[in-house]
Every structure is written in C-alpha cells, then in structure tokens.
Ligand binder design. Structure first.
Ligand code: GAR
Length: 189
C-alpha cells in the first residue's frame, strides 16, 4: 500500500509513521512521498533521515484552503506518487472538491480531539479551555465537511487536575503517535 503524507509543520506524526515502518510495524504500508505546503516545514527534513522523497509544493494563491493553481500542483504531485492512501498529518489546509475527487475514498486525516467535539483549529486548546475531562485524537476519512468524515479510530486522553495546556498537548501528541501508524497498518491488511 503506497502512502503519501501531507503536512505543514514539525512532522512528529510523519516521524511516528516512518519509525513504525522502520520497525516493521506498518503492515503492508510503505511511505513513498512526503509533501509540504510550507517551505520551512520540519516534516521535509524527515525525507533525508528516512530515505523518502520529500518536497515543498507551492499552495498559492490561498492561505487556508487548497484551491485553484495550488490545488492543481498538489493533485499532480500526489498523483505522480501513485498513492493508495493519502495521509493528512498536520496538513493545515481545507481540501476542496478538486483534490477530494482526485483521491476519493483514499484520504485520511488526524485530528487532535475526540470528534465530533472540537473540530477546526486548536482542538487541544479548545478542549482544555472547555474543561472537559476526556479528550484525545481521531483518525477519520476526509470528506467535504471539515473534520466530519467517517471516524476510523480514536484514542482517549484524560485531562487531570494538574494538567496545563502544555502537558495536555504532550499527552495528545503521544496518543496520536500511537494511533495513526496503527490505523495505517490496519488499513494495509
Ligand atoms: C497534530 O496534533 C494534528 O492532530 C494536528 O496538527 C498536529 C501536527 O503535528 N492537525 C490538525 O489540527 C488538523 N486540523 P505534527 O506536524 O508534529 O505531526
């Protein structure tokens, strides 16, 4: 199962996926391409470390969505890698029908809350400020509804009395790093 990872930031979840692959824990899945919409994204440095092609793709002209010329460039770059699965690992852009239809049924996203609670930006902060006692992370299929596609799996994290936003974020990220590779491995079987 050929996997393309899309990200915008530090890439800790991409690293977890690649580490699982290296440890033989990613089932029949194999990461064949990393793509980022930010030229300085930490996720791009993982390419050299793990021997996977990694590239910046210009997402212009929009800031928060992938549409128009940027969408055309991303569709071409992803298609060139012939993926069976497209993994959004911290890809901070809303996908539009052009991209969604090009890879229909093949796109999954990681979100740092127990959806349908706290969709959108800053899922960890939203949960912390709301004062819920249980949050976590979700892997779901991607549809036109932001953070609204079918839920594939979730992992819960308890918010303890002494937690700060920082300690909670660390716990949610640890859960993400366990959950996402496990879901990919399962999908590859
Ligand atoms: C992750 O916490 C992921 O859940 C979140 O971005 C972070 C990426 O971290 N995604 C979203 O909020 C999507 N709405 P990483 O770059 O270290 O993997």
């Amino acid at each position: 199962m050929r996997v393309v990872i899309l990200g915008s930031g530090r890439g800790s979840n991409a690293e977890a996926i690649l580490s699982a692959q290296r440890a033989g824990k990613l089932g029949r899945a194999r990461v064949v391409q990393i793509l980022a919409d930010q030229p300085e994204a930490g996720i791009l440095a993982l390419g050299a470390r793990f021997g996977v092609p990694a590239a910046f793709v210009d997402p212009a002209p929009f800031k928060t969505k992938l549409e128009g010329e940027g969408e055309v460039r991303f569709i071409a770059a992803v298609k060139a890698a012939a993926p069976d699965l497209v993994v959004l690992a911290g890809f901070m852009r809303v996908l539009k029908p052009g991209f969604l239809n090009a890879f229909a049924g093949k796109i999954i996203n990681l979100h740092p809350s127990l959806l349908p609670s706290f969709p959108g930006l800053d899922g960890i902060g939203q949960a912390f400020r709301r004062g819920v006692k249980l949050t976590g992370c979700t892997v779901h299929g991607v549809t036109a509804e932001v953070d609204g596609g079918p839920i594939l799996d979730q992992m819960a994290v308890r918010i303890e009395a002494g937690d700060t936003l920082e300690t909670l974020a660390a716990k949610v990220h640890a859960a993400e790093h366990a959950l996402l590779p496990a879901v990919i491995a399962r999908l590859s079987d």
